[in-house]
Design a binder for this molecule. Structure first.
Ligand code: SF4
Ligand code: SF4
Length: 241
C-alpha cells in the first residue's frame, strides 16, 4: 500500500464538500479537539495519526495529507469514536469518503481481493467459495459429527430450508480453512431447538466491498444477501460478523 498517484487537488474540493455535508450543521468548528474519540480508537497512533488529528488536519486545510495517509485504511469502522464524541461527529464516515478518493487499483490488495472474491459467486464468500464447495463442506462436516458424536447424531445444518425462522450467515474463512469451527454454533442452535437455515446463496457474512469504499459492489453484495433471505421466506437474518 503506497501513496496515491491520483492528483489529489482534483478531488480536494469534492472531498471537503462531502465533509461539510456530513458534519453536524456543516460546521467544522463543532469539534472541541477534546480527543475523546482518539482515547478509545484501536487505530490511534498508527501512522502517527488518530481520529482527532485526522479531523483537525481536514479542518486546517491539510486534507490532501489526511486523505493520502495509509491511516485511512487502518480505521476498523468500529464507530466507537461516534459514540464517544460529544458532538457525534461521524469520523468513520469521513474515513470512508477519504478511501473513496483512492483509485480502486491502489486500495489495499487484501481488502480489494476479498471484495472481488465475494463478487465471483452469489455465495458472497470473501474466499471465493462456490455453491457446490459450500454444500460439500457443510454436508461433509455434518456427517462426521453425526457419525462420531452419538449425542449429536440428529444434528442438522440445513441449506435452503424454505420458511425457516432464522437465515444464518457464516464467516467465509471457516468453511475453507477451519470447517470444524462452524459446528459449535450448529450445536447451540440444535440444543435450543432453533428453526434455522443457511442459504446456498448469500451466506458469506462479511462485506469487504464496504471496507473498500466501493459503493456499487457494496450495494450488489447486500442486494444478493437480501434476495437470498427473501427467496427462502425467512423471518430473521442472523449475521454473526
Ligand atoms: S471508527 Fe475508526 S476512527 Fe473511529 S474509533 Fe473505530 S477505528 Fe477509530
Ligand atoms: S471526540 Fe469529537 S469533539 Fe472531541 S476531538 Fe473527537 S471529533 Fe472532536
Amino acid at each position: 500500500m503506497g501513496e496515491q498517484t491520483i492528483n489529489l487537488s482534483k478531488v480536494k474540493g469534492e472531498f471537503k464538500k462531502k465533509v461539510e455535508e456530513m458534519l453536524p450543521e456543516g460546521n467544522f468548528n463543532l469539534c472541541l479537539a477534546c480527543g475523546t474519540c482518539s482515547a478509545g480508537c484501536p487505530a490511534t497512533g498508527l501512522e502517527g495519526l488518530d481520529p482527532r488529528k485526522f479531523l483537525r488536519m481536514i479542518l486546517l486545510g491539510l486534507e490532501e495529507e489526511a486523505i493520502s495517509s495509509p491511516w485511512v485504511w487502518m480505521c476498523s469502522m468500529c464507530q466507537r469514536c461516534i459514540y464517544a464524541c460529544p458532538m457525534q461527529i461521524d469520523i468513520p464516515g469521513l474515513v470512508y469518503e477519504a478511501r473513496a478518493t483512492w483509485p480502486r487499483e491502489e486500495r489495499p490488495k487484501g481488502i480489494r481481493g476479498s471484495c472481488d472474491m465475494a463478487l465471483k459467486h452469489d455465495t458472497c464468500s470473501a474466499m471465493g467459495a462456490s455453491e457446490e464447495d459450500w454444500r460439500f463442506v457443510v454436508e461433509d462436516v455434518l456427517e462426521e459429527v453425526q457419525e462420531t458424536q452419538p449425542q449429536f447424531k440428529d444434528l442438522q445444518a440445513p441449506i435452503d430450508k424454505e420458511g425457516a425462522e432464522f437465515f444464518l450467515n457464516q464467516n467465509s474463512r471457516e468453511p475453507v480453512t477451519e470447517a470444524e469451527e462452524m459446528v459449535p454454533l450448529w450445536k447451540i442452535l440444535h440444543v435450543v431447538g432453533a428453526d434455522w437455515t443457511y442459504g446456498s446463496k448469500g451466506w458469506g457474512a462479511e462485506n469487504y466491498c464496504m471496507f473498500l469504499a466501493d459503493d456499487e459492489a457494496w450495494e450488489h453484495i447486500v442486494r444478493v444477501k437480501v434476495k437470498a433471505v427473501e427467496d427462502l421466506k425467512c423471518k430473521v437474518w442472523l449475521n454473526t460478523e
